[in-house]
Design a binder for this molecule. Structure first.
Ligand SMILES: NC(=O)c1ccc[n+]([C@@H]2O[C@H](COP(=O)([O-])OP(=O)(O)OC[C@H]3O[C@@H](n4cnc5c(N)ncnc54)[C@H](O)[C@@H]3O)[C@@H](O)[C@H]2O)c1
Length: 267
Protein backbone atom coordinates (compact mmCIF):
# COMPACT_ATOMS: atom_id res chain seq x y z
CA UNK A 1 0.00 0.00 0.00
CA UNK A 2 1.29 3.49 -0.85
CA UNK A 3 1.92 5.77 2.12
CA UNK A 4 -0.05 9.02 2.20
CA UNK A 5 1.36 12.43 3.10
CA UNK A 6 -0.12 15.81 3.90
CA UNK A 7 2.07 18.44 2.26
CA UNK A 8 -0.46 21.27 2.50
CA UNK A 9 1.34 24.62 2.59
CA UNK A 10 4.58 23.07 1.27
CA UNK A 11 6.30 23.82 -2.03
CA UNK A 12 8.02 21.23 -4.25
CA UNK A 13 10.26 21.63 -7.29
CA UNK A 14 10.78 18.78 -9.80
CA UNK A 15 13.16 18.92 -12.78
CA UNK A 16 12.71 16.84 -15.94
CA UNK A 17 9.00 16.97 -15.15
CA UNK A 18 7.29 17.00 -18.54
CA UNK A 19 6.75 13.22 -18.35
CA UNK A 20 8.19 9.97 -16.99
CA UNK A 21 9.20 9.76 -13.35
CA UNK A 22 9.48 13.54 -13.06
CA UNK A 23 5.82 14.10 -13.87
CA UNK A 24 4.73 11.15 -11.72
CA UNK A 25 6.60 12.69 -8.77
CA UNK A 26 5.16 16.16 -9.41
CA UNK A 27 1.67 14.69 -9.58
CA UNK A 28 2.20 12.79 -6.32
CA UNK A 29 3.38 16.00 -4.60
CA UNK A 30 0.34 17.88 -5.94
CA UNK A 31 -2.05 15.16 -4.78
CA UNK A 32 -0.47 15.37 -1.33
CA UNK A 33 -1.33 19.07 -1.14
CA UNK A 34 1.97 20.73 -2.12
CA UNK A 35 2.24 23.55 -4.65
CA UNK A 36 4.49 22.21 -7.40
CA UNK A 37 6.92 23.77 -9.85
CA UNK A 38 7.49 21.50 -12.83
CA UNK A 39 10.67 22.33 -14.76
CA UNK A 40 11.98 20.92 -18.02
CA UNK A 41 14.09 22.08 -20.94
CA UNK A 42 11.01 21.44 -23.11
CA UNK A 43 9.04 24.52 -22.03
CA UNK A 44 5.86 23.89 -24.05
CA UNK A 45 5.57 20.29 -22.86
CA UNK A 46 6.19 21.13 -19.20
CA UNK A 47 3.60 23.91 -19.27
CA UNK A 48 1.14 21.42 -20.72
CA UNK A 49 2.03 18.97 -17.93
CA UNK A 50 1.48 21.68 -15.29
CA UNK A 51 -1.83 22.63 -16.91
CA UNK A 52 -3.03 19.05 -16.44
CA UNK A 53 -2.48 19.47 -12.71
CA UNK A 54 -4.05 22.92 -12.44
CA UNK A 55 -7.10 21.80 -14.43
CA UNK A 56 -7.49 18.98 -11.89
CA UNK A 57 -7.56 21.65 -9.13
CA UNK A 58 -3.94 21.44 -7.94
CA UNK A 59 -1.45 24.31 -7.53
CA UNK A 60 1.26 24.04 -10.19
CA UNK A 61 3.30 26.02 -12.69
CA UNK A 62 5.47 24.82 -15.58
CA UNK A 63 8.81 26.55 -16.14
CA UNK A 64 11.23 26.10 -19.04
CA UNK A 65 14.73 25.47 -17.66
CA UNK A 66 17.83 23.85 -19.10
CA UNK A 67 19.66 22.54 -16.03
CA UNK A 68 22.98 22.80 -17.89
CA UNK A 69 22.72 26.59 -17.66
CA UNK A 70 23.30 27.73 -14.07
CA UNK A 71 21.70 31.14 -14.70
CA UNK A 72 18.46 29.40 -15.75
CA UNK A 73 18.56 27.22 -12.64
CA UNK A 74 19.09 30.29 -10.43
CA UNK A 75 16.09 31.93 -12.14
CA UNK A 76 14.03 28.73 -11.65
CA UNK A 77 14.53 28.74 -7.88
CA UNK A 78 13.85 32.51 -7.76
CA UNK A 79 10.62 31.98 -9.73
CA UNK A 80 9.58 29.19 -7.34
CA UNK A 81 10.02 31.50 -4.36
CA UNK A 82 8.36 34.51 -6.03
CA UNK A 83 5.39 32.35 -7.03
CA UNK A 84 4.88 30.24 -3.88
CA UNK A 85 6.96 31.95 -1.17
CA UNK A 86 9.39 29.15 -0.25
CA UNK A 87 10.96 25.83 -1.31
CA UNK A 88 10.49 22.76 0.89
CA UNK A 89 11.24 19.81 -1.42
CA UNK A 90 13.26 19.33 -4.58
CA UNK A 91 13.54 16.25 -6.77
CA UNK A 92 16.43 16.73 -9.21
CA UNK A 93 15.42 14.20 -11.84
CA UNK A 94 16.40 15.65 -15.24
CA UNK A 95 18.77 13.25 -16.96
CA UNK A 96 19.80 11.82 -20.31
CA UNK A 97 21.29 8.56 -21.54
CA UNK A 98 24.11 8.69 -24.13
CA UNK A 99 24.57 6.30 -27.03
CA UNK A 100 26.19 3.01 -25.88
CA UNK A 101 29.86 3.23 -26.92
CA UNK A 102 32.97 1.23 -26.17
CA UNK A 103 35.08 3.44 -23.90
CA UNK A 104 37.94 3.25 -26.41
CA UNK A 105 35.73 4.79 -29.10
CA UNK A 106 33.94 7.37 -26.96
CA UNK A 107 33.71 10.98 -28.09
CA UNK A 108 34.56 13.89 -25.79
CA UNK A 109 31.44 15.88 -26.76
CA UNK A 110 29.16 12.93 -25.85
CA UNK A 111 30.89 12.53 -22.49
CA UNK A 112 30.60 16.26 -21.81
CA UNK A 113 26.89 16.39 -22.79
CA UNK A 114 25.88 13.48 -20.53
CA UNK A 115 27.85 14.84 -17.59
CA UNK A 116 26.67 18.41 -18.18
CA UNK A 117 23.04 17.33 -17.73
CA UNK A 118 23.30 14.44 -15.27
CA UNK A 119 26.05 15.69 -12.96
CA UNK A 120 26.65 19.43 -13.45
CA UNK A 121 22.87 19.94 -13.82
CA UNK A 122 22.25 18.31 -10.46
CA UNK A 123 25.10 20.29 -8.94
CA UNK A 124 23.56 23.58 -10.17
CA UNK A 125 20.04 22.67 -9.03
CA UNK A 126 21.23 21.51 -5.63
CA UNK A 127 23.39 24.60 -5.13
CA UNK A 128 20.55 27.07 -5.71
CA UNK A 129 17.99 24.95 -3.83
CA UNK A 130 20.37 24.70 -0.87
CA UNK A 131 20.86 28.48 -0.80
CA UNK A 132 17.12 28.97 -0.43
CA UNK A 133 16.77 26.13 2.10
CA UNK A 134 19.68 27.44 4.16
CA UNK A 135 17.91 30.79 4.38
CA UNK A 136 14.69 29.08 5.47
CA UNK A 137 16.52 26.70 7.84
CA UNK A 138 14.85 23.60 6.38
CA UNK A 139 14.28 21.56 3.25
CA UNK A 140 14.69 18.14 1.66
CA UNK A 141 16.32 17.26 -1.66
CA UNK A 142 16.42 13.98 -3.60
CA UNK A 143 18.95 13.72 -6.43
CA UNK A 144 18.20 11.10 -9.05
CA UNK A 145 21.09 8.66 -9.53
CA UNK A 146 20.67 5.14 -10.89
CA UNK A 147 21.80 1.58 -10.50
CA UNK A 148 24.45 3.02 -12.86
CA UNK A 149 25.67 5.08 -9.90
CA UNK A 150 26.64 1.87 -8.10
CA UNK A 151 27.93 -0.54 -10.74
CA UNK A 152 29.76 -0.45 -14.09
CA UNK A 153 28.46 -1.65 -17.45
CA UNK A 154 30.26 -2.01 -20.79
CA UNK A 155 29.42 0.78 -23.22
CA UNK A 156 28.00 3.03 -20.52
CA UNK A 157 31.06 4.73 -19.07
CA UNK A 158 29.86 8.33 -19.46
CA UNK A 159 26.38 7.72 -18.01
CA UNK A 160 27.70 5.60 -15.14
CA UNK A 161 30.42 8.18 -14.38
CA UNK A 162 27.75 10.88 -14.16
CA UNK A 163 25.48 8.80 -11.91
CA UNK A 164 28.39 7.75 -9.65
CA UNK A 165 29.19 11.46 -9.43
CA UNK A 166 25.65 12.25 -8.28
CA UNK A 167 26.11 9.93 -5.30
CA UNK A 168 29.45 11.56 -4.30
CA UNK A 169 27.99 15.02 -4.73
CA UNK A 170 24.98 14.11 -2.61
CA UNK A 171 26.98 12.44 0.17
CA UNK A 172 29.14 15.55 0.60
CA UNK A 173 26.36 18.10 0.29
CA UNK A 174 24.24 16.10 2.74
CA UNK A 175 26.60 17.32 5.43
CA UNK A 176 25.10 20.81 4.94
CA UNK A 177 23.13 21.88 7.98
CA UNK A 178 19.32 22.00 8.01
CA UNK A 179 18.78 19.94 4.85
CA UNK A 180 17.91 16.29 4.21
CA UNK A 181 19.55 14.96 1.05
CA UNK A 182 19.27 11.58 -0.61
CA UNK A 183 20.32 10.01 -3.89
CA UNK A 184 17.78 7.65 -5.40
CA UNK A 185 18.18 4.73 -7.78
CA UNK A 186 14.76 4.37 -9.36
CA UNK A 187 13.79 0.74 -9.48
CA UNK A 188 10.47 -0.95 -9.05
CA UNK A 189 9.90 -3.34 -6.16
CA UNK A 190 6.37 -4.63 -6.51
CA UNK A 191 6.49 -8.40 -6.10
CA UNK A 192 8.08 -8.58 -9.51
CA UNK A 193 11.71 -8.32 -10.54
CA UNK A 194 13.29 -4.89 -10.31
CA UNK A 195 14.56 -3.78 -13.67
CA UNK A 196 16.39 -0.94 -15.35
CA UNK A 197 17.89 -0.90 -18.86
CA UNK A 198 21.33 -1.53 -17.43
CA UNK A 199 20.27 -5.03 -16.33
CA UNK A 200 18.75 -6.32 -19.57
CA UNK A 201 21.42 -8.91 -20.21
CA UNK A 202 20.35 -10.73 -17.04
CA UNK A 203 16.78 -11.31 -18.23
CA UNK A 204 15.49 -14.74 -19.18
CA UNK A 205 12.51 -15.57 -21.39
CA UNK A 206 9.28 -15.46 -19.39
CA UNK A 207 10.81 -13.61 -16.43
CA UNK A 208 8.42 -11.09 -14.93
CA UNK A 209 9.63 -7.50 -14.90
CA UNK A 210 8.12 -4.12 -14.11
CA UNK A 211 9.19 -0.89 -15.75
CA UNK A 212 8.24 2.56 -14.50
CA UNK A 213 7.24 4.99 -17.23
CA UNK A 214 7.58 4.80 -20.99
CA UNK A 215 9.56 8.03 -21.48
CA UNK A 216 13.25 7.97 -22.37
CA UNK A 217 14.93 5.12 -20.56
CA UNK A 218 11.59 3.43 -19.90
CA UNK A 219 11.10 3.15 -23.67
CA UNK A 220 14.58 1.65 -24.14
CA UNK A 221 14.07 -0.73 -21.23
CA UNK A 222 10.76 -1.98 -22.60
CA UNK A 223 12.25 -2.73 -26.00
CA UNK A 224 15.24 -4.51 -24.45
CA UNK A 225 13.08 -6.60 -22.10
CA UNK A 226 10.60 -7.48 -24.86
CA UNK A 227 13.48 -8.56 -27.11
CA UNK A 228 14.51 -10.97 -24.34
CA UNK A 229 10.93 -12.29 -24.30
CA UNK A 230 10.44 -11.18 -20.70
CA UNK A 231 6.91 -10.79 -19.36
CA UNK A 232 6.80 -6.98 -19.15
CA UNK A 233 4.39 -4.82 -17.15
CA UNK A 234 4.62 -1.04 -17.62
CA UNK A 235 3.60 1.27 -14.77
CA UNK A 236 2.50 4.57 -16.23
CA UNK A 237 0.60 7.71 -15.33
CA UNK A 238 -0.88 8.22 -18.79
CA UNK A 239 -3.74 6.23 -20.39
CA UNK A 240 -2.30 7.29 -23.77
CA UNK A 241 0.81 5.21 -23.05
CA UNK A 242 -1.08 1.93 -22.71
CA UNK A 243 -1.26 1.33 -26.48
CA UNK A 244 2.40 2.44 -26.86
CA UNK A 245 3.43 -0.12 -24.25
CA UNK A 246 1.70 -2.94 -26.09
CA UNK A 247 3.20 -1.84 -29.40
CA UNK A 248 6.68 -2.04 -27.82
CA UNK A 249 6.01 -5.62 -26.72
CA UNK A 250 4.81 -5.26 -23.11
CA UNK A 251 2.16 -7.74 -21.98
CA UNK A 252 0.26 -5.09 -20.05
CA UNK A 253 0.38 -1.49 -18.93
CA UNK A 254 -1.02 -0.42 -15.58
CA UNK A 255 -1.94 3.07 -14.46
CA UNK A 256 -0.66 4.13 -11.04
CA UNK A 257 -4.17 5.38 -10.39
CA UNK A 258 -5.69 1.90 -11.02
CA UNK A 259 -5.80 0.74 -7.40
CA UNK A 260 -7.26 -2.69 -8.25
CA UNK A 261 -4.53 -3.49 -10.78
CA UNK A 262 -1.80 -2.28 -8.43
CA UNK A 263 -3.19 -4.47 -5.64
CA UNK A 264 -3.32 -7.49 -7.96
CA UNK A 265 0.33 -6.97 -8.93
CA UNK A 266 1.75 -6.12 -5.54
CA UNK A 267 -0.32 -8.58 -3.55
N1 LIG B 1 13.88 4.87 -16.48
C1 LIG B 1 14.87 4.16 -15.94
O1 LIG B 1 14.96 2.94 -16.11
C2 LIG B 1 15.92 4.85 -15.09
C3 LIG B 1 16.83 4.04 -14.38
C4 LIG B 1 17.78 4.68 -13.59
C5 LIG B 1 17.85 6.06 -13.53
N2 LIG B 1 16.98 6.80 -14.27
C6 LIG B 1 17.07 8.26 -14.16
O2 LIG B 1 15.78 8.76 -13.85
C7 LIG B 1 15.63 10.08 -14.37
C8 LIG B 1 14.35 10.18 -15.19
O3 LIG B 1 14.35 9.19 -16.18
P1 LIG B 1 13.07 8.84 -17.07
O4 LIG B 1 13.20 7.41 -17.43
O5 LIG B 1 11.82 9.34 -16.43
O6 LIG B 1 13.45 9.63 -18.39
P2 LIG B 1 12.70 10.75 -19.24
O7 LIG B 1 13.53 10.92 -20.48
O8 LIG B 1 11.25 10.47 -19.35
O9 LIG B 1 12.87 12.04 -18.30
C9 LIG B 1 13.97 12.88 -18.32
C10 LIG B 1 13.43 14.30 -18.40
O10 LIG B 1 14.54 15.19 -18.28
C11 LIG B 1 14.38 16.23 -19.21
N3 LIG B 1 15.69 16.81 -19.50
C12 LIG B 1 16.70 16.26 -20.23
N4 LIG B 1 17.71 17.11 -20.31
C13 LIG B 1 17.36 18.22 -19.61
C14 LIG B 1 17.99 19.46 -19.33
N5 LIG B 1 19.21 19.73 -19.82
N6 LIG B 1 17.34 20.37 -18.58
C15 LIG B 1 16.08 20.12 -18.11
N7 LIG B 1 15.42 18.97 -18.36
C16 LIG B 1 16.05 18.04 -19.10
C17 LIG B 1 13.74 15.58 -20.43
O11 LIG B 1 13.09 16.54 -21.27
C18 LIG B 1 12.77 14.62 -19.75
O12 LIG B 1 11.52 15.22 -19.52
C19 LIG B 1 16.92 10.35 -15.19
O13 LIG B 1 17.82 11.10 -14.40
C20 LIG B 1 17.46 8.95 -15.45
O14 LIG B 1 18.85 8.95 -15.66
C21 LIG B 1 16.01 6.23 -15.03
Amino acid sequence: MNPTYDFSGKVALVTGAKGGMGYATAEAFAKSGAAVVLADRDEAAVQEAAAKLTSAGYKAIGVGCDVVDEAQVDALVARTVSEFGRLDFAYNNAGIQGEPTDAADSIADDFDRVNAVNLRGIWACMKHELKQMREQGSGAIVNCSSLGGLVGLPGRAAYHASKHGVIGLTKSAALSPCVNLAASAPLLCAGITTFSPMQHWKLEAGQRVGIIGLGGLGHVATKLAAARKADVTIFTTSPRKVADAQRLGAREAVLWSDAAAMKRLTG
